[in-house]
Design a protein around this ligand. Structure first.
Ligand code: ADP
Ligand code: MG
Length: 242
């Protein structure tokens, strides 16, 4: 059993099945990459993991606890599972540091004074010390996305989910965001990443899952999935994107 376990998860929007029986165990400290065509269900799967979408059937277990029960308070669970989206949505009227402090202040009721040292340490760790007091519009897209990652990390989650976080960035800014993920991986963070960055997935993922029409059509070590895909649909997808 993984730190996060999906068991027979299904999800439809109206009459349209979008997630069709997914079993997936996310091991502690692992980096799992979800790849697949647009519309294959990657975002929905991440949103299910963070309890942003209710499921129709199956179960989602965090540390063995079924967190997909209807009626369960999602808030404490969401604190343990950070999520970062393509659009970073920092509050424009707050500095980078204030953005990062916001959730711990509101949700954990920590004061600015209490947060000063840990938040400074977080900015230091990811090379953003000199950007703490800047407003979002004074930062590049890559810096804003890195601040958005720090904002999620400030809640000290057990797992981090990333949904196409480099897709909106100019190509020259992608590397600095992927470097943050690389560092988190080296620090042992458990991560699930929906990505089009095949080079990154190939180099750094512990496991790659190829989603096709709401199913995991193929999964395995990156060397196997990229180097020797078993399924024709995986081969066709990789042929299109590589
Ligand atoms: P991906 O992230 O791989 O591009 P998504 O999870 O966003 O895929 O979408 C999977 C399918 O679910 C798509 O067909 C999409 O149109 C549909 N879908 C996603 N969200 C909704 C929604 N809120 N309502 C209706 N259909 C949705
Ligand atoms: Mg998506």
């Amino acid at each position: 059993m993984g730190l996060l376990d999906l068991q027979g998860v299904t999800k439809s929007f109206g009459d349209t099945p979008v997630i069709r029986g997914i079993d997936l165990a996310i091991d502690e400290g692992s980096l799992t990459c979800l790849i697949g065509a647009s519309g294959s269900g990657k975002s929905t799967l991440l949103r299910i993991m963070n309890l942003l979408e209710p499921i129709d059937e199956g179960a989602v277990l965090l540390d063995g606890q079924d967190i997909s029960q209807p009626g369960l308070d999602p808030q404490p669970i969401r604190q343990r599972i950070g999520i970062v989206f393509q659009s970073y949505n920092l509050f424009p009227h707050m500095t980078a540091a204030e953005n990062v402090m916001l959730a711990p202040r509101r949700i954990k009721h920590l004061s600015r004074a209490e947060l000063q040292a840990p938040v400074t340490a977080l900015f230091d760790r990811f090379g953003l010390t000199d950007r703490m007091d800047r407003y979002p519009d004074q930062l590049s897209g890559g810096q804003q996305q890195r601040v958005a990652i720090l904002r999620a990390l400030a809640m000290q989650p057990q797992i981090m989910l990333f949904d196409e976080i480099t897709s909106a960035l100019d190509p020259e800014l992608v590397g600095e965001v992927l470097d943050v993920l690389r560092q988190l991986r080296d620090d042992g963070m458990t991560m699930v990443l929906a990505t089009h960055e095949m080079g990154f997935a190939r180099a750094l993922a512990d496991r790659v899952c190829f989603l096709d029409q709401g199913r995991i059509a193929e999964e395995g070590r990156p060397a196997q999935v990229f180097g020797n895909p078993r399924h024709e649909r995986t081969r066709a997808f990789l042929h299109r994107v590589l």
